[in-house]
Design a protein. Structure first.
Length: 194
């Protein structure tokens, strides 16, 4: 891949859409370094002894939570290294990045999260509870980011590429992202929705 230094791919999207898996594949294929604020957020929630939904609720009144999570982007934007950044807000803080949004059906997302034994901070008693909390977290985050930054995470026009991952493997999604990213770097048109 012939990509200039300092390029960033920012991956955001629905909970359970495969952001972490796709990001890992992208890093393996591109050699870019990986930054995951989702992992940082889950670690912070675990440190506070709460789940991620509760931490998002607290972030509505405690600006220190977002400052801890969002602060990494100032330095990333100046960094000459190339990164894949798995984050809800990286697309906003890194406007020159290749901005990717991964969508998925909430039922598929719940199944993925329930089946992921590594997600200790997002444990649910049932699929219905998972679906409700996934939607509540998305709504809480979108409202907070819109109010705090004027960043509309629900507006797909903010992204260079939107991929529905519901029926796709992480490898298939990574293939689409790489094709779009390479097309963008060469100034070649590429369909936004896949």
């Amino acid at each position: 891949m012939d990509i200039p230094l300092g390029r960033k791919i920012t991956i955001t999207g629905d909970l359970g859409s495969g952001k972490s898996a796709v990001s890992s594949i992208l890093c393996a294929r591109t050699g870019f370094e990986y930054v995951s604020t989702g992992r940082i957020q889950r670690q912070l929630a675990q440190k506070l002894g709460i789940d991620t939904l509760e931490m998002n609720r607290r972030a509505d009144t405690d600006p220190g939570i977002d400052q801890q999570i969002d602060g990494i982007f100032v330095d990333l934007g100046k960094d000459t290294k190339s990164y894949v950044v798995d984050s809800r807000m990286a697309w906003f803080f890194l406007p020159g990045s290749y901005k990717v949004y991964l969508q998925t059906d909430v039922g598929v997302a719940a199944d993925r999260i329930l089946g992921d034994l590594n997600r200790k901070s997002e444990e649910y008693d049932s699929r219905d509870e998972a679906m409700q909390k996934i939607l509540a977290r998305k709504q809480s985050e979108n409202a907070r980011f819109l109010k705090k930054y004027g960043a509309d995470c629900a507006n797909m026009d903010n992204f260079d590429l939107v991929v529905d991952t519901s029926g796709k493997s992480p490898d298939e999604v990574a293939d689409i992202v790489i094709k779009g990213f390479e097309a963008s770097a060469q100034g070649i048109p590429f369909a936004r929705y896949h």
